[in-house]
Design a protein around this ligand. Sequence first.
Ligand code: SF4
Length: 352
Amino acid sequence: MRMQRSLIYDISGEELKNVVVELGESSFRADQILDGVYIKRARAFSEIMNIPKGLRIKLDERFIVDPLTVKDISSSTDGTQKILFELQDDHHIESVVIPERDDRYTLCLSTQAGCMLDCAFCATGKLKFGRNLQAAEIIAQLIDSERITGKKITNIVYMGMGEPLLNYEETIKSLNILTEGKTKLIGKKRITLSTVGVLPEMVRFRNDNPGVKLALSLHATTDEQRQKIIPIARKYKLRDLLDELELFYKKFRDPITFEYILFNDFNDSDEDVKRLSKICRAFPSKVNIIPYHQSNIKTGSIDLKSTRKMEIERFSNKLRSSGTNVFVRDSSGLDINAACGQLALSVQNNDT
Ligand code: SF4
């Protein structure tokens, strides 16, 4: 009977050296395997021809190279592509590839199958929580997205399905492997981890961060407002989150990003502009304004609506004139429901 196989992308360069020596080979073979898997993008050990056949067979007995199966790809007229993956235990996750200016591509990747936090505006929160992803399943989203789209991913945001800091160990492990020199996958400063504000894990992350940037899904400028759409905001107050972000900034000196989904008549008033610009003045930061993709997901007792384009411009211009760095995201992938979780939600609904 074949033993339960581990995932090769879960293993750091150093750990791989130990495995290779355990298998009776010289440690330099580890570099050849890393080169085969990460640089040449082998999808099976049999494709790595510069290592002995015996080692290829032993590796194949112990490890799986790619743990993801592509189930669906949707392409938007604006170039955004959403990929639905199936995990080996039949859970589903999504990754979204978003074209930016100058031939750059941002990958929005998932860290959990489903999410426990149930934010009012989010399709993922409506999914039953499945499980935390392993680091390998996070890393494979980058490798597979590049293979499927044929594009070089230049930036990654940990902002897809799930709250990355609630899958703490595997998120940190994936960041370390993605950015370690030997995999040559992506530079640290090209990665942003986005949290909805899990304070104790943010403190931990300040200590363990391999050097990536941090974003807070802010979406509202008072505790009262935030608590209406982000249940975990009842536990962690905005003042404490902002104090922690300031400490993070002082340690890494990278501007903090505030994600701000604009909802009509909820968080788009002149008072919101004032409070938001005050928040942004405390330390170097920028605001990403994200148009809300109104969909047929149930938003609980609160009725969340999209803000019209003109209003988005008015809000952003006011914020800009207060001296805040503002970036307005296009409605990427509006026609393919690219708000994360929507495709997986429809699969889960079909399965139940
Ligand atoms: S917004 Fe993020 S934290 Fe909130 S439910 Fe969705 S995936 Fe979870």
